[in-house]
Ligand binder design. Structure first.
Ligand code: FES
Length: 148
């Protein structure tokens, strides 16, 4: 049994404490915006915020998330309004297939909270997610649009 704080709500989940946080978010809590890609901490599709920092949720045992503030893509829309990052993603038409984009948006959200005007080098260092459609230029353009 573990008690989690996800998007400001408390959840009690009955899982093995070694279970990756990704699967608890998706299958126990039912928030499916966080995606499974590689499962080994490389691609970033599973990115969520952990105490405000972007982490790969496929590689974090749920035991490490107990008592921590977890934020998923579902937390960004408030009162029917997309976040600034989400709006920029729409305006710049970033997604192609879209599968990896919630991870991209969460990595960007963490970056811009810590650094509201990142350089290209800082974007590349912070948003290390992989997109098989190759949307990296559009991701950068959207981040710069938000940070103007
Ligand atoms: Fe977690 Fe790829 S699914 S990094």
């Amino acid at each position: 049994m573990a008690e989690l704080n996800v998007n400001g709500k408390k959840y009690k989940v009955d899982v093995d404490l070694d279970t990756p946080l990704l699967w608890v978010i998706r299958e126990q809590i039912g928030l499916t915006g966080t995606k499974y890609g590689c499962g080994v901490g490389v691609c970033g599709a599973c990115t969520v915020l952990f105490e405000g920092q972007a982490i790969r949720s496929c590689s974090l045992p749920v035991s490490a998330a107990v008592g921590k503030k977890i934020e998923t893509i579902e937390s960004l829309e408030k009162n029917g309004q997309l976040s600034k990052v989400q709006k920029a993603w729409v305006d710049k038409q970033v997604p192609q297939c879209g599968y990896c984009q919630s991870g991209m948006v969460m990595a960007t959200t963490a970056l811009l909270r810590n650094n509201p005007k990142p350089t290209d080098a800082q974007i590349d260092a912070a948003v290390t997610n992989i997109c098989r459609c190759g949307t990296f230029q559009e991701v950068r353009a959207a981040i710069h649009a938000v940070s103007k």
